[in-house]
Design a protein around this ligand. Structure first.
Ligand SMILES: [Zn+2]
Length: 298
């Protein structure tokens, strides 16, 4: 696919999930305010404008300032509401939870870190997977949650991604994975690195079976996730302004002893260099995903 930027959706939003009320009713509703928004007003990290919280919610957590359009990070449940047809999401493997294979402890024990993340997000792990309809098309969906230990990939994330890919293969329906990750979960050491191979192998089998795999990269998609299942799609979409890359810019500069170009590791830079196919405004994602599914004849 040629590099293109898809701007805001031209279609009416009548079939979107109802806004405020649906968000409040969603499982783990409290986490809708984890990132952004505590209180009535929020300051946009990009344009510094003070934005009325409700206006931000109604605008899919995209900054409504005309020249800004900053895409806030959002929890998995809100992403799902924004993407799928109302009341069609059926989650699978909701209770799969990390063990602590290395009995790892840094500033705090891994067990405590997991407990804290679960309390904060009301999720058991850093990805939610299930089956849903997107504009009427049956789809397997995986959505990472950037608020759960930076959506790092341990054994559970690897297993859920693999299960989702296998389900898409078995049912012969498309799969969409929304990525946002700090990479492999260091508290699981080698076990987390093995997930890169495991997820990649499942995707190879999906590919052999002629399946369709769409990746939506959101801010940030980095490290072990960027280097495995996030980069193996048939089509790669990204939200505007997302940070996409492997190692951080400072590490790279120190390693190669050179200054990196401006905007390096932005979605826009990645589009120019052929690493992703399209940048899509959040409000246009459903339409664009449905269009790709139709285009692929799935
Ligand atoms: Zn802004």
């Amino acid at each position: 696919m040629t590099g293109t930027v898809i701007l805001a959706d031209e279609l009416p939003r009548t079939d979107e999930a109802p806004k405020g009320q649906a968000i409040a009713a969603a499982p783990g509703a409290g986490l809708s305010r984890v990132d952004v928004p505590k209180g009535l007003w929020t300051q946009c990290p990009k344009c510094q404008a003070t934005v009325y919280q409700k206006a931000l919610e109604e605008n899919l957590y995209v900054c409504p300032e005309p020249k800004c359009g900053y895409h806030h990070r959002i929890p998995a449940r809100i992403r799902i509401q924004q993407l799928v047809d109302p009341d069609t999401f059926e989650e699978f493997l909701p209770d799969l939870a990390s063990t602590d294979p290395l009995k790892f402890k840094d500033r705090m024990s891994y067990q405590d870190r997991l407990r804290e993340a679960r309390e904060k997000t009301q999720e058991t792990e850093a990805i939610v997977v299930g089956k849903a309809f997107i504009r009427g098309r049956p789809t397997i969906l995986g959505v990472m949650n950037p608020f759960f230990i930076m959506a790092s990939m341990g054994a559970v994330v690897g297993e859920k991604v693999t299960a989702a890919v296998e389900r898409a293969t078995d049912e012969n329906i498309p799969i969409v994975i929304v990525t946002a990750s700090g990479g492999a979960r260091m508290q699981e050491g080698m076990v987390s690195l093995a997930q890169m191979a495991k997820t990649s192998a499942a995707i190879a089998r999906l590919d052999d079976a002629g399946g369709l795999y769409i990746v939506l990269m959101t801010d940030p998609t980095t490290a072990g996730v960027a280097a495995s299942f996030a980069s193996l799609g048939d089509v790669h979409l990204a939200e505007p302004g997302s940070m996409i890359g492997f190692a951080g810019p400072r590490v790279i500069e120190n390693t190669i002893k050179a200054t990196l170009p401006e905007g390096f590791q932005s979605a826009e830079f990645m589009l120019q260099h052929g690493f992703i196919d399209r940048i899509v405004h959040r409000s246009a994602l459903r339409t664009e995903i449905a269009r790709i599914i139709d285009y692929a004849g799935k």
